[in-house]
Design a protein around this ligand. Structure first.
Ligand SMILES: [Zn+2]
Length: 297
């Protein structure tokens, strides 16, 4: 009897690992189609339904699992060319693991000082959702997840506020200059008087910031399918434009989704959603840095 593929998924930590589970040991061939695509053909039948699995962990974008003749084709879209290692884990189920190296991502972001600014706080509640969710609280959660993710990769991420406290613009700017930050990421939510409006948007100052802003909004669209409402050269924190220092570094304000839309407000109540928003923002930051590295070559 032919082995059957029962499950395909990705785990992400030091590596992005493609895991293929089957009921008996898998025979396979590697068919690396290009630098950005990895293909594995398993001598097996497919027991799970054919599927496209959206991963977007900063290295693996998507996995397509399909039938190919009497075999199974597992096709992996990767964001950057990466080396990989294959391991067979015997057991029930049998597991074939393909681990893609992520250390180059770590190297790119390592020691970068990134100031994360959760907007508003304390008396300044920011915008309010249809069902009373407050912007100041959700942006603090997202910022905390983002800090956690970035620091895991060896960056030096700092939040302008860690609690629900009032903060003025001068304090926020001072953190950036004091820490000699490489990047400033403000976290906000969009608001519209029309509750049918939904999606993400961003503001920035200057050309470098424009690319960063565009990249982050793009990653929110890829990972979470959030609608792109566009970006504008107009910093929400207008006071910041008075700071000499911040103008020299990429600085953006990201309105991650629209709190005035009841559906997106509902999503913003979910810790899983907020964590994924943070992961998408990090993917944008990594991509911005990596693209800079690649174009310098
Ligand atoms: Zn705001």
């Amino acid at each position: 009897m032919k082995p059957g593929v029962t499950n395909v998924f990705v785990t992400t930590s030091d590596c992005s690992t493609l895991v293929v589970e089957s009921i008996s040991p898998l025979g396979y061939t590697i068919n690396k189609a290009s630098r950005y695509k990895f293909e594995l053909i398993a001598d097996s039948k497919l027991i799970m339904a054919p599927d496209t699995i959206r991963v977007f962990d900063g290295l693996i974008n998507k996995i397509m699992v399909t039938n190919k003749g009497n075999k199974v084709l597992i096709s992996v879209d990767i964001e950057y060319p990466a080396s990989y290692q294959i391991k067979l884990q015997r057991g029930i189920p049998e597991r074939l693991e393909v681990s893609f190296e992520r250390s180059f991502i770590k190297n790119a972001i390592k020691d970068k000082v990134i100031v994360i600014d959760p907007g508003h706080g304390g008396k300044d509640r920011g915008k309010r959702g249809y069902i009373n969710l407050l912007e100041k609280n959700v942006v603090l959660d997202i910022a905390a997840y983002l800090k956690q993710h970035l620091n895991f990769y060896g960056a030096h991420a700092i939040m302008t506020r860690e609690k629900d406290v009032s903060m003025n613009l001068t304090d926020r700017i001072q953190t950036v200059a004091l820490m000699e930050a490489d990047m400033f990421i403000g976290i906000h939510t969009n608001w519209d008087s029309d509750k049918n409006v939904y999606g993400a948007k961003g503001t920035y100052q200057g050309e470098k910031s424009k690319i960063l802003c565009d990249t982050i909004i793009g990653e929110l669209g890829k990972k979470l399918r959030l609608k792109n409402l566009g970006i504008a050269d107009d910093c929400v924190l207008t006071g910041i434009s008075q700071s000499q220092y911040i103008q020299q570094i990429p600085n953006v304000n990201i309105e991650v989704c629209t709190i005035s839309n009841p559906v997106e407000e509902g999503w913003l109540r979910s810790p899983v959603f907020k964590e994924r928003v943070a992961a998408a923002i990090m993917n944008g930051i990594i991509k911005y840095i990596m693209d800079g590295i690649y174009t310098m070559v």
